[in-house]
Design a protein around this ligand. Structure first.
Ligand SMILES: [Zn+2]
Ligand SMILES: [Zn+2]
Length: 339
């Protein structure tokens, strides 16, 4: 251990290990001075109406406090109140990162696309073709394999753009709520993730960030459908189907998928309502992805802990996503054998 890592409590002189947030002997907060500064900063931003900046300061303060510290609870309450204000405010350009400017998006997408393309050209195509020929596993992957064999790199490019827009939905929500996060990283063959450096402070925030991906995904899929109607080109119909399926799949409420985060803000009756809605959507369309989403939704509704209150907006977003994306999976893709 380097000498700089060992510190002594300013109050009682006890040795305080690095990373500890409070003195183990007397409980003195290690970052007391920074915390005071952040609290002043937050208050200053609040009085000047800079809600998002205040939220950023409070989140940083929360990181420096042990979760059970008496100061943490009022900060969480303050954050909750402030982020509700952010929720209610209309989205503005200033709440988005600078590199989200149109040119930046295209450049970034192309840069990331290089790696995805390299992967698909080597292993990916083989894998996807294999899946589509065996005709089983997930209908989702099978469909992507068929589309890839028909349209090649053009389909791959469109698909990457759809995934990119989905991820930007998460990034925009994180920015809006003042949560620190990385730019989206593509994992070849699996999609993309946004790594959060801070965690959402409440189920409502978690749902807002989680569902923002599919919400932007729904919008981009509607865009693909509009292109398909405008141009009559089959590839846009294929991208509509692919976009709908991949965003629907992300609504599966398991692991850290977006659907699980959306469900965090739903009480049991709302979870049951979503599970029922997905079931109706499946019965009407027999879209295989809905079977997966539905089973997980029933499990989540019946077998896991739910909060007492439902966040209305999360419920509305979830329901609109299920209905909208299901409808878009039904867009026929010309030139394919009837499913
Ligand atoms: Zn001490
Ligand atoms: Zn997502």
């Amino acid at each position: 251990m380097r000498a700089a890592d060992v510190s002594r409590c300013e109050t009682c002189g006890a040795e305080v290990a690095p990373r500890l947030l409070a003195c183990p002997a007397c409980g003195r907060l290690v970052h007391a001075a920074t915390l005071t500064r952040l609290a002043d900063e937050a208050a200053h931003h609040e009085t000047n109406g800079r809600t998002r900046e205040a939220v950023v300061a409070w989140r940083s303060a929360l990181e420096l406090l042990p979760p059970e510290a008496p100061q943490a609870a009022p900060i969480r309450a303050r954050l909750d109140a402030l982020t509700r204000t952010l929720d209610a405010a209309p989205a503005t350009a200033s709440s988005l990162p600078k590199w989200l400017a149109p040119l930046g998006v295209v450049g970034f997408a192309l840069w990331k696309f290089k790696f995805v393309l390299a992967f698909l050209l080597t292993k990916g195509k083989l894998l996807l073709t294999g899946l589509s020929q065996s005709g089983t596993v997930l209908s989702m992957l099978a469909a992507m394999g068929v589309y890839w064999t028909i349209w090649g790199w053009k389909f791959a490019l469109g698909f990457v753009v759809l995934i990119y827009i989905h991820e930007m939905g998460h990034v925009a929500a994180l920015m809006r709520l003042g949560i620190r996060a990385s730019a989206p990283m593509f994992i070849p063959g699996l999609g993309a993730v946004v790594r959060m450096d801070q965690y959402p402070a409440s189920p409502r925030e978690d749902a807002r960030v989680g569902l923002a991906g599919p919400v932007w995904g729904l919008a981009s899929t509607v865009g693909a459908y509009a292109l398909s109607l405008a141009t009559g080109q089959a590839i846009f119909a294929a991208l509509t189907h692919a976009g709908a399926v991949i965003n629907l799949f992300n609504l599966t409420p398991v692991w850290q998928l977006d659907g699980a985060r959306g469900m965090h803000a739903l009480a049991k009756p709302a979870r049951l309502a979503i599970a029922a809605l997905v079931t109706v959507a499946f019965v009407m369309t027999t879209e295989g992805t809905l079977l997966l989403v539905g089973l997980a939704a029933w499990f989540k509704a019946l077998a896991s802990e739910a909060p007492a209150d439902t966040d209305g907006r999360a419920l509305a977003e979830f329901a609109v996503l299920v209905v909208g994306l299901t409808a878009l999976t039904q867009v026929p893709v010309p030139g394919l054998p009837v499913r």
